[in-house]
Design a binder for this molecule. Structure first.
Ligand SMILES: Cc1ncc(COP(=O)(O)O)c(C=O)c1O
Length: 421
């Protein structure tokens, strides 16, 4: 007999993007032409100067354990980088290296939450927030992000959380936002800081898309007076420098919090490989021009995708303030076809055509508040993005094919119509 798993492990749902990615790859291996808009990865190569720095660091023997907080060269480069980009005045002891940004969700929860503590999460939300909050027995309190408000956080819900929750302890903030592409404006950050400053409330400020702001610039809560003591901001090289497979990121916070996160890192993963950190230091110092070229290319592609989507009857898509995702409302199409939005996504991949498919995600993969939307990334070449939209436009007209798909996928039948905003 095998030993039973913990209640926590049994309750974990992995990021759906990876599940759909696996399904898409299976279909591609079987010969299907799939336009892949499901995963948030960069189609660009890691900048050459960074690749060379990584190879050189391996040749130089930087292949052993390093400090759990990160090597000094990396921490200094990251401090300079955020000071330059976001007007902060932090030092190396405000920085900890990590394997991307995701790991800091877990460390943040370990650092601040006790079982039963309330954590305000704006929803739809990144799908690994719930399991990381659950790991510590935290209690997620959801605040809906609304299409009608450009998916900006609702600060009245923050007030209510602070006033009414039995033990409010943390807020998860993510700007630019995945999946909606919404931005927390500077005025929102100022107001949020006013509400939280001086209280025993910690903020996880998840900022992986910091270089993908399409109008104006990115602002961090860290830059608000005194907020560094209550904030852990997470950054990654995955998106900005096309380094998702290197697994490198860092967090910025007060020296006291960073020291604690170092202790927690030590117990979980010892350290991030020194050679990836050396490559990351070179990225921050020498690859920002290439980063900016790649990012403006993304901005152009997002606009193109959104413009195309808005030509399709029944689809309404905001131009995202940031990120490389389009998050169109497909509620009226779903209502007409009687299919859920993730059902629609899976129909586009598996059911709409035998030879072709489009891989994307239903908004509910990011929580109930995402129902009625699709998330499409724009990592494919322009002509494939345009083909994907034409494919979607044709596929949603084939109601008998949808019905056939639903006859074998009953879980995707829409129980009650979505609200159409
Ligand atoms: C909101 C958000 N947080 C964290 C991550 C994880 O970033 P990384 O792969 O660098 O750990 C992602 C990646 O898609 C994301 O969208």
């Amino acid at each position: 007999m095998s030993a039973s798993f913990s209640n926590f492990a049994v309750s974990v749902r992995a990021e759906t993007a990876f599940t759909v990615l696996a399904a898409a790859k299976r279909l591609i291996a079987a010969g299907k032409d799939v336009i892949e808009l499901e995963i948030g990865d960069s189609p660009f190569s890691t900048p050459e100067v960074v690749v060379q720095a990584g190879i050189q660091a391996i040749r130089d023997g930087r292949t052993h354990y390093g400090p759990s907080l990160g090597i000094p060269e990396f921490r200094e480069a990251a401090a300079e980088y955020v000071n330059r980009e976001y007007g902060l005045s932090v030092a190396a002891d405000n920085i900890i290296a990590g394997p991307g940004a995701k790991n800091f969700e877990q460390l943040f929860c370990e650092a601040f939450l006790n079982p039963g503590d309330g954590v305000l999460v704006f929803s739809p939300h990144f799908s690994t927030y719930p399991p990381n909050i659950a790991r510590r027995g935290g209690r997620m309190v959801l605040s809906a992000l609304k299409h009608a408000r450009d998916f900006r956080p609702n600060l009245d819900d923050v007030r209510k959380f602070l006033a009414e929750d039995p033990s409010p302890k943390a807020v998860f903030l993510n700007s630019p936002h995945n999946p909606t592409g919404g931005i927390t404006l500077l005025e929102d950050l100022e107001e949020l800081a006013e509400l939280l400053r001086g209280r025993d409330i910690a903020v996880f400020s998840d900022e992986p898309y910091d270089r993908m702001v399409w109008n104006g610039r990115h602002y961090s809560l860290l830059a608000q007076a005194e907020m560094i003591g209550q904030t852990v901001a997470a950054y990654t090289f995955s998106k900005s420098f096309s380094m998702s497979g290197w697994r490198l990121g860092f967090a910025v916070s007060s020296a006291k919090t960073i020291e604690l996160l170092g202790k927690l890192t030590n117990t979980a993963l010892s350290c991030v490989p020194p050679f990836t950190q050396l490559a990351g230091a070179v990225a921050m110092r020498e690859a920002c021009d290439e980063r900016d070229r790649q990012m403006s290319e993304f901005g152009r592609k997002v606009k193109r995708l959104v413009d195309e989507l808005n030509q399709v009857e029944g689809i309404s898509c905001l131009m995202p303030g940031g990120s490389f995702y389009a998050f169109p409302s497909v509620a009226s199409i779903c209502n007409r076809l009687g299919i859920t939005s993730h059902g629609l996504a899976m129909y586009l991949l598996e059911g709409a055509d035998d030879a072709r498919g489009v891989a994307c995600l239903g908004g509910e993969c990011f929580g109930e508040a995402g129902s009625g939307f699709l998330r499409l990334s724009c990592a494919e070449p322009d002509e494939r993005l345009i083909e994907a939209v034409s494919f979607i436009a044709a596929a949603v007209k084939q109601s008998s094919r949808v019905e056939l798909y639903l006859s074998t996928h009953a879980a995707f039948r829409l129980a009650a119509p979505y609200a159409v905003e």
